[in-house]
Design a protein around this ligand. Structure first.
Ligand SMILES: Cc1cc2nc3c(=O)[nH]c(=O)nc-3n(C[C@H](O)[C@H](O)[C@H](O)COP(=O)(O)OP(=O)(O)OC[C@H]3O[C@@H](n4cnc5c(N)ncnc54)[C@H](O)[C@@H]3O)c2cc1C
Length: 495
């Protein structure tokens, strides 16, 4: 029986562990944090339960594919469709735009600002749909052995899509819509990738198609951490052991293979093969100390914005505020251009608010609300000092109070702030970047850190930091791709 040690217990790791175990591998997992899930995590405080990071996702069918692949009868968690995907409010306006999946209802929301919205949106989505379906299997869900192989694959993408590679999300919006509101709202998908619409290639407008038409958005009954709880139970059944508070800091190699990973206490973790779920660039930088991944080289790469997150327990209900909300300013272009490099003050930030107790009341005591705030901020290359975190938190609370008409300061009974330094230290995120490497054309596909190691033949990588990219469904696809690589090299032990 072949043995695999997996470094990390993020979604990519847990799904890989089950895929390998179902193929007869013995699997053991080592995790730096005190519980599984990676960024898909949870904490409980003052009677409230908070999901740490992810709040919703698309492409649920990737979880179904995974379920069938591992021979599970039923997924051990339940999706919940979101009918209002999210709401958007611009600073200085009382209007709250509701982003409905129902395109007729959506059109009614924008009637006043964008004439012929439905017609324009249908055209925009049709373009995104055909690109998505023509490239999903051809480009996205594939392993690449080399940049050359990747480029050869791109040559097979119909030439009519080339402009989408050259344009930004923002210029794609400008081609279809006129109003500032529509352009800004539907280019928010770039922020979901940790970047801005001005530097994200137009190919990512496919996300508008996946959110509005293809699969919509979903969360999970009982909170997002039910995914991890459910997978952990399946892993326990499969006999996969997890070791927490165990950080890999070194390795022992022999003849081009790794013999063992070494943790902070000097314990060795031996196996036939290793799957690294820690950030694939960070691991090559920090643990393998590769020349291509020195700090100056890492710093030159394009990293996504860092998370500044806040978890509030309120002793009141927020009537009339929907589940997912974006609060934007009135200087979208200026803000987007300056936020990355810390060239703009964080006194009037843009942020996202999720009131998880709206869909999962058990996350807060009776009559209370459990609130998550995510504000994308510069990473530590541009803002290393976060001693002003309390002030930034206060700025957001004040701004939000004004916009929802509730003096939050009077109702906060639990407050936790997590800044980029804390995110970095919790999960080894490079300089606090929340979603790792960005999705620029030179950092995706064959250009992204590979899911196999360049030097050690028995080391593989899985998760959002390698192919195909960031987000929960991508981490699940990533586990499929790495399993394909591993079984090609070592064979399925059975199945
Ligand atoms: C604030 C925030 C909000 C997000 N919201 C969404 C959302 O709404 N929807 C969505 O789809 N995605 C969202 N994401 C992205 C999503 O969380 C990630 O893409 C996904 O969870 C990454 O999974 P992964 O498999 O790459 O592993 P990760 O979650 O990165 O886990 C890797 C694990 O490896 C461990 N590790 C690292 N180094 C070592 C080491 N040396 N030794 C041992 N263990 C180690 C870490 O502690 C961690 O547990 C969000 C991310 C953040 C930060």
């Amino acid at each position: 029986m072949k043995k695999a040690v997996i470094v990390g217990t993020g979604l990519g790791a847990m799904t890989t562990a089950l895929r390998l175990s179902s193929r007869g591998y013995a699997v053991e997992m080592v995790e730096k944090y005190h519980q599984p899930g990676g960024r898909l995590n949870q904490f409980k405080k003052d009677g409230f339960t908070f999901d740490l990071g992810p709040t919703f996702f698309s492409m649920t069918y990737e979880f179904e594919e995974f379920r069938k692949d591992v021979g599970m009868e039923k997924l051990p968690f339940t999706f919940r469709d979101l009918d209002v995907l999210y709401s958007v409010n611009f600073r200085g306006s009382d209007k709250r735009y509701m982003i409905y999946r129902d395109l007729d209802k959506l059109a009614a929301e924008f009637e006043a600002v964008e004439p012929n919205f439905r017609e324009k949106m249908d055209k925009f989505l049709a373009g995104a749909a055909s690109f998505f379906h023509d490239t999903e299997y051809l480009v996205l869900k594939r392993n690449y052995d080399s940049v050359f192989q990747y480029l050869m694959t791109l040559l097979r993408v119909p030439v009519k899509y080339s402009p989408k590679l050259l344009r930004s999300v923002w210029s794609e919006m400008e081609r279809h819509f006129e109003s500032r509101e529509v352009k800004e709202i539907f280019s928010l998908v770039a922020f979901f990738l940790g970047a801005t619409p001005f530097d994200t290639p137009a190919i990512y407008t496919i996300l508008s198609y996946t959110e509005l038409v293809h699969d919509g958005y979903h969360n999970v009954v009982g909170g997002m951490y039910k995914i991890v709880d459910g997978l952990k139970k399946e892993l326990d059944k499969a006999g996969v052991k997890m070791h927490f508070n165990t950080e890999v800091v070194d390795y022992i190699s022999e003849n081009g293979t790794i013999k063992a990973m070494v943790d902070q206490n000097g314990n060795t973790w031996e196996a036939d093969l290793f799957v690294v779920n820690a950030d694939a660039a960070w691991f090559r930088h920090k643990i393998f100390k590769r020349k291509k991944f020195t700090e100056p080289k890492m710093d030159k790469l394009k990293w996504t914005l860092a998370p500044f997150t806040m978890y509030l327990g309120l002793d009141t209900k927020l009537e009339g505020v929907p589940l997912h909300n974006y609060f934007l300013g009135d200087n979208f272009k200026e803000y987007s251009g300056k936020i990355f490099k810390n060239d703009i003050k964080l006194d009037q930030p843009y942020y996202y608010v999720n009131i998880v107790s709206k869909s999962d009341p058990e996350s807060a005591p009776e009559g209370c609300e459990s609130v998550f705030v995510l504000c994308p901020v510069p990473d530590m290359r541009f803002k290393p000092d976060w001693s002003d975190s309390e002030q930034i938190a206060e700025n957001i609370i004040k701004d939000l109070s004004g916009r929802i008409g509730v003096d939050l300061d009077k109702h906060i009974i639990s407050k936790t702030v997590m800044n980029p330094v804390e995110w970095r230290d919790a999960f080894n995120l490079y300089k606090g970047s929340g979603l790792g490497l960005g999705h620029d054309l030179d950092q995706i596909g064959g250009f992204r850190p590979k899911n196999f190691d360049e030097e050690f033949s028995n080391v593989f990588y899985v998760g959002a930091s390698t192919v195909p990219g960031t987000g929960l469904p991508m981490a699940v696809i990533s586990s499929k791709l790495v399993t394909e690589r591993i079984t090609k090299a070592y064979g399925p032990v059975h199945k």
